[in-house]
Design a protein around this ligand. Structure first.
Ligand code: AMP
Length: 378
């Protein structure tokens, strides 16, 4: 199958070619026809599957020929980084259509956002729920022309406590609108959300929400106090590296631990940065830019901050602290092995982690290979 079978307008087809996309990914193949036909879609797919283009491309096609300078497509994202990334994808894929996108999230002044809103008059808004509600409350955003709503990473939004805000936002939309709901996992709450807000959705499931198959999984047992040395040995020995100069994403349980670990690594001479919720918006952007460009080879992050990040060069994910749930494991591991590239996932486990580890293995459907790490300096 190729993109021409969707019958996209020439302006969209040109952007697809310019982006270097040759064949549609499975989620694109299965959801684009339904979205073009105006149906609701429930897409179970992680990031890294091409889901952003899966909704952005048919949204542009549906916008063509219609009104301009009114918000006609609204994407709700759990994090600022994902909102920004999605906005950039819309900009790239829609550059020949003349439609404009804008991102809205906290950490940037309301004033500057209102200024951008008035200057750009976007047809597409990609927003985090809190800031969008603020701007709606102050009368700056009018959602009465929205035709398509995208709820992206819905399970994460639920985990972050955004459901009440999302329901308020939906209440401000016209009754007849298309809803595209994407989620990596399908807990009961997301099932209920789909039931309440979608009409007979086309359900598409990619990869059974299991961690991508191009990733090799390992666990290594150790005491809490041995973790730093173990991490150092992995980095020094370049263990698990694919040899293509890939980057390493390290997850910790708390913001404080992420900050401290990144500092410790930087003090030991590693090019490390951190991404966690205590940073200002400017600092978050700088950390992301450093990691994206490869200036920082290592990023230490918390779950929430790293959610949905698309950096294809991440070859290793290291769980310095094991995640709390199998779903969180899936999300973390989804940061590597993207678009069929190979990746390695290594989880440090202490004796207290054994029950979560068992749950993760049950979820993946296979035991994870145990490995012992080479000791540094031996
Ligand atoms: P996403 O899952 O939306 O985060 O996308 C992951 C990455 O895949 C992004 O860098 C996209 O630009 C890229 N991508 C999306 N669709 C395709 C495609 N059909 N062929 C190749 N790359 C793609």
């Amino acid at each position: 199958m190729n993109f021409s079978s969707f019958g996209f307008d020439q302006r969209i087809a040109a952007a697809i070619a310019a982006a270097g996309y040759e064949t549609p990914t499975p989620i694109q193949e299965k959801t684009i026809p339904a979205t073009l036909a105006g149906k609701d879609v429930l897409g179970l797919a992680q990031t890294g599957t091409g889901k952003t283009a899966a909704f952005a491309l048919p949204i542009f096609q549906r916008l063509l020929g219609g009104e301009r300078c009114a918000i006609r497509a609204l994407v709700i994202s759990p994090t600022r980084e994902l909102a920004e990334q999605t906005h950039q994808a819309f900009e790239m894929l829609g550059k020949d259509t003349g439609f404009r996108s804008m991102s809205m999230y906290g950490g940037v002044t309301v004033k500057s956002q209102v200024k951008t809103l008035k200057a750009r008059m976007p047809e597409i808004v990609v927003a985090c729920p809190g800031r969008l509600l603020d701007l709606m409350g102050q009368g700056f955003v009018d959602l009465r022309s929205v035709e398509t709503l995208v709820l992206d990473e819905a399970d994460q939004m639920f985990d972050m406590g955004f459901m009440p805000s999302i329901k308020k936002i939906i209440a401000a939309l016209p009754r007849a609108h298309q809803t595209l709901l994407f989620s990596a996992t399908l807990p009961q709450e997301i099932r209920a959300l789909a039931k309440q807000y979608q009409r007979d959705p086309v359900r598409v499931e990619i990869g059974n929400s299991k961690p991508v198959e191009t990733v090799s999984h390992y666990v290594s047992s150790m005491g809490q106090n041995d973790k730093y040395e173990a991490l150092r040995s992995v980095l020094v020995e370049d263990w698990g590296s694919t040899g293509s100069g890939g980057q390493t994403l390290v997850f910790t349980r708390t913001k404080h631990r992420a900050k401290r670990l990144a500092q410790q690594l930087a003090n030991s001479g590693f090019a490390a940065t951190s991404l966690q919720g205590n940073l200002s918006q400017g600092q978050r952007e700088k950390a992301m830019a450093n990691f994206r460009s490869g200036r920082a080879a290592i990023m230490v992050a918390t779950d929430i901050a790293a959610r949905g990040i698309d950096i294809s060069k991440i070859s290793r994910v290291i769980n310095f602290d094991i995640p709390d749930t199998p779903e969180a494991y899936t999300h973390r591991i989804g940061r590597t092995g993207r678009m069929e590239r190979k990746g390695v996932a290594l989880t440090f486990v202490t004796p207290e982690d054994s029950s979560v580890l068992r749950q993760i293995e049950r979820f993946i459907g296979a035991p994870i290979e145990r490995m012992s790490l080479p000791a540094v300096g031996e």
